[in-house]
Design a protein around this ligand. Structure first.
Ligand SMILES: Cc1ncc(COP(=O)(O)O)c(C=O)c1O
Length: 360
């Protein structure tokens, strides 16, 4: 057991694994693995990090997270494609981002070893429940919330940390998405929390998503809050445009989440011979470039969606601009190269893949 030495494995969690039957239809994030990792922070320290059966939480109605949204999370995947693995992809990046989000949201940081051991343990013990088709995975969700009970608006002194996991199929059923540029509402503003993975950013995006869905779009593309001219990202994904052999993506600011997929694509695409430019991108210029064909492809990227091509960009005045390729060759080539690393079907030139041993 000292593989996950900072995690105590409860006998009940092993029983829960034995009696769990994986349903056939998984979808994304709907079926939960039978175990979870848990720890509580109080009096300035974390208690034991334990693996326990997946279970309901009991919360006092005054639990601060419910009122003041002091909450953060991460998302990463465990792969067991063709029953090879399980593998994780750069989990230390999620650990670092989690603790950056914790700092911004005035929350306790998690000991690095416990975060990583917790992710390893839940993945290894759930290996048998990870679907084996390419694109499927165990979606792993570490999260933390303010668990102190009191209605005063003050930073919580108590926190609960959990890791749950969901055997999942692909996030998007279709191979590409239709995206509406959001020209009114904004997701994040300078000095705010856009670069932290905190629930409020997602809550702020939902009304726009409803409106976009009503107009037949799958996703919203956010602009910067100050000029509303520059592209930032999507609600759970970063954005890339392809210009021949060149890729463009908005440079990171405090209003954009520093995506691990984005960062990996920049390195991978450069390695494959593409030029990558991280620069402010005006939406008006992008639209002109899509119209002229100078921009031949665009895609969304993130842990959940991997690389998903964008087939159409739309504006609030009803104009639509189809991309030349519905599933562009560059997006599809990068998607395959990335998945080969993640799923263990190709070389791993950057040392991004972490190989675990299945536990029964
Ligand atoms: C707002 C936002 N942008 C981008 C991403 C992509 O980040 P990553 O590639 O680390 O999953 C995510 C998902 O985590 C996100 O929630």
């Amino acid at each position: 057991m000292d593989k996950f030495k900072s995690i105590s494995i409860s006998p009940k969690s092993l029983e829960a694994i034995k009696s769990f039957k994986l349903p056939e239809d998984l979808a994304f994030g709907k079926v939960m693995a039978p175990i979870m990792i848990e720890s509580n922070y109080d009096n300035g320290k974390w208690d034991e990090f334990k693996m326990v059966p997946y279970q309901q939480l009991t919360l006092d109605p005054t639990c601060k997270a419910l009122h003041y949204a002091q909450e953060i999370f991460e998302g990463l995947k465990g792969y067991y494609t063709n029953a090879k693995g399980p593998f994780l992809f750069r989990p230390e990046e999620n650990m670092k981002r989690f603790n950056l989000s914790a700092k911004r949201m005035a929350m306790a940081e998690i000991p690095e070893e416990s975060f990583l051991d917790g992710v390893d343990a839940i993945t290894s013990y759930c290996s048998q429940f990870i679907p084996v088709s390419s694109g499927d995975s165990l979606y792993i969700r570490p999260f933390m919330f303010a668990s102190e009970n009191s209605l005063g608006i003050k930073p919580s002194e108590k926190f609960k940390f959990l890791i749950v996991a969901s055997p999942s199929q692909a996030y998007f059923k279709s191979g590409s998405v239709k995206v509406l540029v959001e020209e009114d509402a904004v997701r994040a503003c300078p000095g705010g929390v856009g670069h932290a993975k905190t629930g409020g950013n997602y809550a702020a995006s939902l009304l726009s998503m409803i409106n976009a869905n009503k107009k037949g779009y799958d996703q919203v593309l956010w602009l910067d809050a100050v000029t509303k001219e520059n592209i930032e990202e999507m609600s759970g994904m970063n954005f890339f445009a392809v210009y021949g052999e060149k890729l463009r993506t908005p440079e990171l600011t405090e209003t954009i989440l520093n995506g691990i997929t984005r960062k990996s694509i920049i390195q991978l695409a450069t390695h494959l011979g593409y030029k990558v430019e991280e620069k402010t991108m005006k939406v008006s210029e992008l639209v002109e470039d899509v119209k002229s064909g100078a921009c031949s492809e665009a895609f969304a990227c993130g842990t959940a969606v991997i690389i998903t091509p964008i087939n159409t960009l739309g504006l609030s005045n009803g104009e639509t601009f189809p991309l030349q390729h519905e599933q562009g060759p560059v997006a599809m080539k990068l998607r395959k190269a990335l998945l080969d690393i993640q799923e263990g079907t190709g070389d791993d030139p950057f040392g991004w893949r972490k190989t675990l041993s299945p536990q029964q």
